[in-house]
Design a protein around this ligand. Structure first.
Ligand code: PMM
Length: 313
């Protein structure tokens, strides 16, 4: 006998049409689409427009609620590209996937690219600038009232590895995120449009990533939606190392799915992953384990601490 409810929305992932229409009763799965020749985790596979569009559609078919389109690698030590080159890479992909009904975020450090992608049909801006966010980006998202993923990092991809020094990584990351959040709110962005992301792997050393994951309920208690981006990251390669050799990126998907399940159990808004199906399944299992669909996992998220009925989810 079927004992768990199967929400209607599971039948049409990736076709929600807008940020507002995304489901609120469960953790969402954001599929990663790197239109780059040099990403650490799927390096160069989807650099051509056709291949990228096909992969984006595959991500939605496999259960992605959102697709995160990026044209510039932000791995430690990666080289910066111009906003013009970034737009050449991603805009045709954004247009095609938006036309297919996918909810899209644009993963960029450049306000000009964020603006162009929003014009081309993207719904959210996913910015991993952290403390280096530009005034132009603050102004843009406030003016457009664009949903904005505020990701913690320090420095730039060239310098961030040397900046992973904290008194208390959880306290410090939360404080830095909240002060950045205040800048956006002061500029006029509605707090419920701000998603917080602890920025795993961004100015974080191995163990610090686990401390942040352990503290996920504290991030969720801010009242903001929280995004977790652990997929295929180096700290998972270290966890799974054999004979002193880190497990390569594509061998990290089972550990990624485990983190997706635990993030869902904790009440994260979304997980950002490369291999969508295992994480979509993991999230479904986590919610089934909880027994009921939470009444509203993200009640208009924004700035005030939520008193979650069941305590730590
Ligand atoms: N990680 C990467 C890129 N963009 N965006 C957010 N919000 N959070 C993350 O953890 C994150 C991100 C790392 O690069 P990848 O696209 O090659 O995984």
């Amino acid at each position: 006998m079927e004992t768990t409810s199967r929400p209607e929305h599971r039948s049409r992932p990736g076709r929600w049409g807008s940020f507002e229409e995304l489901p609120t009763g469960r953790t969402l799965v954001m599929g990663v689409l790197n239109v780059t020749p040099d990403s650490f985790s799927d390096g160069g596979q989807y650099a051509g427009h056709e291949a990228a569009i096909t992969h984006g559609l595959r991500l939605t078919a496999e259960g992605a609620d959102l697709v995160d389109v990026g044209g510039e690698s932000t791995r430690p030590g990666s080289e910066r590209i111009t906003a013009a080159e970034e737009q050449r890479r991603i805009l045709p992909v954004v247009e095609a996937l938006a036309a297919a009904g996918a909810v899209l975020s644009v993963d960029t450090l450049h306000a000009a690219t964020a603006a162009a992608a929003l014009d081309a049909g993207a719904h959210l801006v996913n910015d991993v600038s952290g403390l280096a966010v530009t005034p132009e980006m603050v102004e843009l998202v406030a003016e457009r009232q664009a949903p904005y993923v505020l990701t913690h990092t320090r420095g730039t991809p060239e310098t961030m590895d040397g900046l992973a020094v904290y008194d208390d990584v959880v306290d410090d990351v939360l404080a830095e995120l909240e002060s950045l959040r205040d800048r956006f709110v002061a500029a006029g962005l509605a707090p419920e449009r701000i998603v917080l992301d602890p920025g795993l792997g961004f100015a974080k050393r191995g163990a610090q990533n686990w401390e942040l994951l352990r503290a996920l309920p504290r991030f969720i208690a801010t009242g903001h939606r929280v995004l977790v981006g652990a997929s295929r990251k180096r700290f998972l390669g270290t966890l799974l190392e054999q004979d002193g050799t880190a497990r390569p990126a594509t061998g990290r998907d089972a550990a990624t799915a485990a983190i997706s399940a635990l993030s869902a159990h904790a009440g994260a808004w979304a997980v950002r992953v490369h291999d969508v199906r295992p994480s979509a399944d993991a999230v479904a299992a986590a919610h089934a384990w909880r027994g009921t669909e939470p009444a509203l996992l993200h009640p208009g998220a924004g700035g005030t601490a939520r008193t979650a009925g069941g305590g730590d989810r």
